[in-house]
Design a binder for this molecule. Structure first.
Ligand SMILES: [Zn+2]
Length: 113
């Protein structure tokens, strides 16, 4: 029995495993997936076929949804020039100290009444 050649692997959509990519040796020579958990995926859509072909070529893609018309370059650039200066710890400490003093003063004031 002749087994078909495994051309590549790709993350399986049905499970978190890997599916092997093979090619039919008849008709349009379409690619198809075989996952040991999920079985065969013989969809013929051009996008999927191209995706599997890229996987065969070694261009592994992250397991995410297909990006739709994603721009190559993001027009908005993040500007990191104007970073807020870090608040000085000493002033924060003094603020806390003043807060404690205020509380103590309030408590003393209440006691005095
Ligand atoms: Zn699977």
């Amino acid at each position: 029995m002749k087994s078909k050649e495994v051309l590549g692997t790709t993350p399986c959509e049905g499970c978190s495993g890997e599916a092997v990519i093979k090619q039919r040796n008849n008709g349009k020579k379409l690619l198809y997936l075989h996952c040991t958990s999920c079985g065969l995926d013989q969809r013929t859509g051009g996008i999927l076929q191209a995706k599997w072909q890229r996987a065969i070529n070694g261009e592994q893609e992250p397991v995410v949804e297909e990006p739709i018309n994603e721009p190559e370059k993001a027009p908005v650039e993040t500007q990191n020039n104007e970073e807020e200066p870090e608040p000085e710890k000493s002033s924060a400490g003094w603020g806390l100290f003043a807060g404690v003093l205020a509380c103590v003063g309030l408590a003393l004031g209440l006691k005095a009444r």
